[in-house]
Design a protein around this ligand. Structure first.
Ligand SMILES: CC(C)(COP(=O)(O)OP(=O)(O)OC[C@H]1O[C@@H](n2cnc3c(N)ncnc32)[C@H](O)[C@@H]1OP(=O)(O)O)[C@@H](O)C(=O)NCCC(=O)NCCS
Length: 207
C-alpha cells in the first residue's frame, strides 16, 4: 500500500531556484509526462545517460519507463524539475528515489539536461531530496555513481556526503549522508504536509 495519498500528488510540488535565480518546479511525474520524459532522456548526451544508468542506453526501455511513471509503487518515486521555456513547461532534470523503511534509508539517482548543467540545479534538487527523505522518515540518503564520474563526486563532496566503496561493484562509489531529523532550512515545505498526511493515513495514528 502506498504511504501517501496518490490522488493528491499534485500538491506535493516545490519551487526551487537555479544559481542565477530562474524558477524550477519540482513535482511528481504524471502519466501525461511519458513522451516528454522519454524525449528528455533521448536528448541527454550519451555520456550523461551512461553516467545516469551505468550503461549505454539510448532511451528508457519500456519496462523502465513504466516503472518511472509508477509514482509511489513499492515506495519508489520519480520527480521532474521543470522550467517554462518558450511558454512550454519543459523537463530540465529528474530524480528517482526509493525508500527502504526497514533500514530507514533513501536511495536516489538524478540527472540534469546537459544544456542546464552547471547552473546549480542538481545542488538544489539534492537538498530537496534530503528534505523529502526526512519527511519520509529516512535517516540516511545515499546514491551510487561510477568512479569516473568526477562531476557527481564533486557534487556529493560539496553537499557533504561521505564516500564508501560499493558493496558489490568496484566500478561504483557510494555516497551517503546522515539526515537531520528536522530539516528547517531545506525548501520543501510541501513535504512537511506530505509527512503529516502520511501520519494521518497510518492506522496507528487514527487508532
Ligand atoms: C552530476 C549532475 C547531476 C550535476 O548536475 P548540475 O546541475 O550540473 O550540478 P550543479 O550545477 O549543481 O553543480 C554542482 C557541483 O558539481 C560540480 N560540477 C558541475 N559541473 C561540473 C563539470 N562540468 N565538471 C566538474 N565538476 C562539475 C561542481 O563541483 C559543482 O559545484 P560548483 O558549481 O560550486 O563548482 C549532472 O552533471 C548530470 O546530470 N550528469 C549526468 C547524470 C549523472 O551523472 N548522474 C549521477 C549519477 S546518478
Amino acid at each position: 500500500m502506498s504511504i501517501i495519498r496518490l490522488a493528491d500528488l499534485k500538491q506535493y510540488s516545490d519551487t526551487l531556484r537555479t544559481r542565477h535565480g530562474e524558477e524550477l518546479n519540482v513535482r511528481f511525474v504524471e502519466p501525461r509526462d511519458a513522451d516528454e520524459l522519454q524525449h528528455y532522456f533521448r536528448s541527454l548526451s550519451t555520456r550523461s545517460r551512461y553516467n545516469r544508468f551505468f550503461g549505454a542506453i539510448s532511451e528508457l526501455p519500456n519496462g523502465l519507463l513504466h516503472d518511472f511513471l509508477e509514482v509511489g509503487e513499492r515506495e519508489r518515486f520519480t520527480v521532474v524539475a521543470t522550467m517554462m521555456v518558450d511558454g512550454f513547461e519543459t523537463i530540465v532534470a529528474e530524480a528517482r528515489y526509493a525508500l527502504n523503511a526497514e533500514t530507514a534509508t533513501l536511495e536516489f539517482g538524478l540527472s540534469v539536461d546537459d544544456r542546464w548543467q552547471g547552473h546549480g540545479i542538481a545542488t538544489a534538487l539534492l537538498k530537496n531530496l534530503e528534505c523529502r527523505a526526512a519527511a519520509l522518515g529516512a535517516e540516511h540518503i545515499f546514491g551510487d555513481t561510477l568512479r569516473s564520474n568526477e562531476t557527481m563526486l564533486s557534487l556529493a563532496r560539496k553537499s557533504s556526503f561521505a564516500f564508501v566503496n560499493h558493496p558489490d561493484d568496484w566500478k561504483l562509489v557510494r555516497f551517503d549522508k546522515e539526515i537531520a531529523a528536522a530539516p528547517k532550512d531545506i525548501p520543501c515545505a510541501s513535504w512537511r504536509l506530505a509527512a503529516l498526511s502520511r501520519q494521518a493515513d497510518s492506522p496507528s495514528a487514527s487508532a
